[in-house]
Ligand binder design. Structure first.
Ligand SMILES: Cc1ncc(COP(=O)(O)O)c(C=O)c1O
Length: 375
């Protein structure tokens, strides 16, 4: 099996025509998004003259409101900005390294999360999605880690932690004097992840950090914001940790995030969810056996898993397709504790124009089944 991490595999695809590898948004801009982008020279001048704190506050408020998290700005004053959610992750990891002896991390999940945590010598304990969905953050061997880290909605499965499950996990963390970290980078795709997370967390008085991310939604050429929200009672010195890494994000990007969040709240997010649903349908439509593509039947996020026949390896099929210029991701690396388990799946990115999905889906279906594609 390949030993590369997912980002290395995504880099192989970055200049390819059939790039369904990374989960970054590569669909065309909508008309209203293009109108914002066409204002860039004017926004550049405005951003240069504006008060930074006001621009930052506006970007936070408008983004958080667009994804149903308006109460965050009243819950805490500890809201920080970074160039991307991975930068926020790095800050959280460096703070955790001084505070906890191990981290319970959702399994599977995007591999740069375990990689960043491990790079700060944090021992990891896998928390299976099934247990988390039962409202229990306990490892298979019974260990309840002091720090619990959950990606919701999860990448690649799309699994969402509901209100009751989140509340149960947060309460238990609080009882045990623990810390709860959430990565909600994909919440914009799923209404079920847009209940007021901060109201739930605050009601339990748990110490928490939430990593919010604009970077999966809009095709803005990697101009994006990672947002760190920490509870007032959180022991992590996140402000100091962030100051070790950066002075500030770009005022221009803050302005873009404000305007695109406003657009998102005024129908942009609904249109995006529709695009992803259309693309998921196009992918499924290419398979004669829908069971192969309904691995995560309920997922709404901008990636989909397809099942690989028992006799085959995802890694091998990924390689064969990549040699033909069609790039997906083999799911082994998502299963960071037991890589073999992921070799049963390939991940297909859906934040693309539908025409690209329609072109690639039959090729994926043929590679997996060897069967003709239905008309
Ligand atoms: C759940 C999750 N969090 C964070 C990231 C990192 O995002 P970025 O590369 O924009 O920092 C990813 C990347 O795909 C992800 O899937």
């Amino acid at each position: 099996m390949s030993t590369e991490n997912l980002t290395e595999l995504e880099l192989l695809a970055i200049d390819q025509d059939l790039n369904l590898a990374d989960g970054h948004p590569r669909q065309s801009l909508s008309r209203s998004q293009r109108e914002v982008i066409e204002r860039l020279p004017e926004l550049y001048d405005l951003a240069g003259r504006a008060v930074f704190a006001e621009l930052e506050r506006s970007a936070h408020v408008r983004y958080l409101e667009a994804v149903g998290q308006g109460s965050a700005v009243n819950s805490t004053r500890r809201i920080l900005s970074a160039y991307s959610s991975s930068v926020v992750m790095g800050v959280v990891a460096r703070c955790l390294a001084d505070s906890v002896d191990r981290v319970g991390l959702v399994h599977p999940t995007f591999d740069n999360i375990p990689d960043i945590l491990r790079s700060w010598n944090l021992p990891l304990v896998p928390l299976e999605e099934e247990a988390l969905l039962a409202g229990v953050a306990r490892a298979a061997d019974g260990v309840e880690p002091e720090c619990v880290f959950i990606t919701t909605p999860n990448n690649p499965t799309g699994t969402v932690l509901g209100t009751e499950q989140l509340e149960a996990i947060a309460r238990r963390c609080r009882e045990r004097g623990g810390l709860l970290i959430l990565d909600t980078s994909f919440r914009g795709f799923d209404k079920r992840a847009q209940y007021d997370t901060y109201e739930v967390l605050e009601s339990t008085e748990v110490e928490y950090v939430v990593i919010e991310d604009t970077g999966k939604l809009w095709p803005t050429s990697e101009l994006k914001l990672g947002i760190l929200v920490a509870s007032e009672n959180c022991r992590l010195a996140v402000e100091k940790g962030m100051s070790d890494v950066l002075l500030s994000v770009s005022p221009l990007i803050l302005m873009l995030v404000s305007l695109l969040s406003e657009d998102a709240a005024n129908g942009g997010l609904a249109a995006l969810r529709e695009l992803i649903a259309t693309n998921r349908k196009a992918l499924r439509g290419a398979f004669a056996d829908p069971g192969m593509v309904e691995v995560d039947a309920d997922s709404r996020v901008s990636v989909a898993r397809v099942r690989v026949p028992r006799s085959r390896s995802a890694d091998k099929i990924w390689r064969e397709l990549a040699e033909r210029g069609l790039h997906l991701l083999p799911c082994g690396p998502f299963h960071w504790a037991r890589r073999d388990e992921g070799d049963r799946y390939l991940r297909v990115a859906l934040a693309r124009d539908t025409a690209l999905i329609e072109k690639a889906a039959p090729i994926v279906a043929r590679a997996l089944t060897g069967c003709a594609v239905p008309a």
